[in-house]
Every structure is written in C-alpha cells, then in structure tokens.
Write a protein that binds this ligand. Structure first.
Ligand code: ADP
Ligand code: MG
Length: 272
C-alpha cells in the first residue's frame, strides 16, 4: 500500500514532496457499482504544490477515484480530505456524514477538472465558456471575469481565439480552453482525466506544455495519463493502480525505472 506522505518520514530520509502538507488525503477508500468493487481500500496522499500521475490499465478505477474526489461519485467507505476538509460521505467507523448541497458546491469550486472529452459549451465562444462559471456561479462581475478570461487564454497560448466557437478550434485548442475554464474558478486542486487521449498526436504536445507550466507555477495536480514522458518529467509521484488497488507508488525514477511489481512492469511494457 502506498504510504507516501501519510507516515512521518524518518529523520534524514525526507524528500521535498514528503515535507509538504497533504492537500489531498485519500484513506482506505472503497467504492462499488452494484456487486462490482471498483476501489478496494485505496490510500494516497498528494502534498500541496505537487503533481501525482495515476497510471493503470483500463478499468482499474482511475476515473472513479478522480470522480470521488470531485463529488461526482459518493464513496462507500474510507475518507477523502481536500485541504483538511472531509469530501466523502462517511467517516470510517463513525456515523454517516452528509453534506449540504451548499457545502458540496463550495468544495467543488475549489477543484478544477479536465476530462478526455473537452465538454465545452458549443454555443458559447472560448471567452464565454471561461466566464460562464465565474459569472453564473461565483457572482464575479462580468467585466472582471472577461479580463481574467483573457489572461487565462493568453496563458494557454490562445490570446487570439477569444471569439472562436469550439467548432472553430482544434481538439488541442478546445482542451486548452477547457483548462482555462477550470482555472477561472481559482481552484486549489486540478484533476485531469486522460486530457490528451482524444487528441491527434500532433496536438498533444501543446496541451502537455500548458499542464507542465501549471505544475511549474505550483498547482497541485492529479493527472491520469499514459504519457510516460510527462510522468517522468513533471510528476513528483507516480501511482500505479490495477484492479481497484494501488499496486505501487513513489517517485517517477522508482516506479517507472525500477518497478518492484510484475504487474507494474507488464503495464509499462504495454504503453512504451
Ligand atoms: P479507469 O478510469 O481506470 O479505466 P473506471 O474508474 O472508469 O476505470 O472504471 C472502473 C470500473 O468501474 C470499470 O469496470 C467500469 O466499467 C466500472 N464503472 C465505472 N463507472 C461505472 C458506473 N457509473 N456504473 C457501473 N460501473 C461503472
Ligand atoms: Mg478512465
């Protein structure tokens, strides 16, 4: 079981990542769909300002885990804390902890999510896609939200595309708008679920560059991706999941280059 940052490091062995406070703590999380147990006691900690890459075969529970962090699914057991606040509905061994819709909405605002399919509103321009939530949900004045959206478009390399509709943008450009849209709510945490899997190969690099810059700026990120080069260059922690469990976790140099488990080795062979 992965224990990075959940146990105090022994003197002299602390890495930079372990010293940081955990922004996300996942403890023994369980989740089933009917009789199918998809997450089996998953534990993992994500220190603030670090990048965790989640790897694993299709069906291993990666998307479900991300969705549980962002309230898109409830959990059956264990606990998830983001910034010290309980996200899950249940505290292990204690009474059920229901949150009000208002509390859930507030927590979700702090978490940006980017999906494989960009999910932009087709009838809104790039700029309008980005201002939609700040204006509609957070009550930011429209002029202020627009100015911020332009900054964000510039940051993702799309300063000249504010007035374009999604259908006028490439997949890579749409995904960069989706990233800007998530950033517009000033999240503490960004979740990426295979953000480049739906893109033509030549468009992948621009999206990964934006994510790399975001990481360099100190954003806490959990990224599901099969881009091993990205994991190697950007991740502080690589987590390999299979069959609803964390098989192996650690720095990329260990998990990617010296995997301890056969299941990890087999998977890495298959994606290289
Ligand atoms: P991954 O993202 O690693 O490919 P998922 O988390 O999407 O894996 O899925 C894990 C397992 O849970 C799969 O077997 C999938 O079919 C199942 N699953 C995911 N979502 C649902 C759902 N809403 N209802 C029933 N089964 C689901
Ligand atoms: Mg998935």
């Amino acid at each position: 079981m992965n224990t990075i940052a959940t146990t105090p490091p022994a003197a002299g062995t602390a890495s930079a990542a372990v010293d940081a406070r955990a922004l996300v703590e996942i403890r023994r999380v369980r989740k089933s769909f009917g009789a199918h147990q998809v997450l089996r006691d998953v534990s993992l900690a994500v220190p603030e300002g670090t990048v965790t890459v989640l790897l694993g075969p299709s069906g291993s529970g990666k998307s479900t885990l991300l969705r549980c962090i962002n309230h898109l699914e409830s959990i059956d057991g264990g606990r998830i804390l983001v910034d010290g606040e309980l996200i899950g509905y249940r505290q292990a061994g204690h009474t059920t902890h229901e949150m009000t819709p208002r509390q859930i909405a507030r927590q979700r605002r702090d978490i940006g999510m980017v999906f494989q399919k960009f999910n932009l509103f087709p009838h809104l321009t790039a700029l309008e896609n980005i201002t939609e939530a700040p204006v509609g949900i957070a009550g930011v004045p429209r002029a202020k939200a627009k100015a911020r959206a332009r900054e964000l478009l510039d940051r993702v390399g799309l300063a000249d595309f504010a007035g374009h509709y999604p259908s006028q943008l490439s997949g890579g450009q749409q995904q960069r708008v989706a990233i800007a849209r998530a950033l517009a709510m000033d999240p503490k945490l960004m979740l990426f679920d295979e953000p480049t899997s739906a893109l033509d190969p030549e468009l992948v690099g621009d999206v990964l560059d934006v994510m790399r810059e975001l990481a360099n700026d100190g954003m806490t990120m959990i990224v599901v991706t099969h881009e091993i080069g990205f994991a190697r260059g950007v991740a502080d922690q690589v987590v390999f999941m299979d069959g609803g469990v964390v098989v192996e976790a650690g720095p990329p140099g260990e998990v990617l280059d010296r995997p301890q488990r056969q299941r990890t080795r087999n998977f890495l062979e298959s994606v290289r």
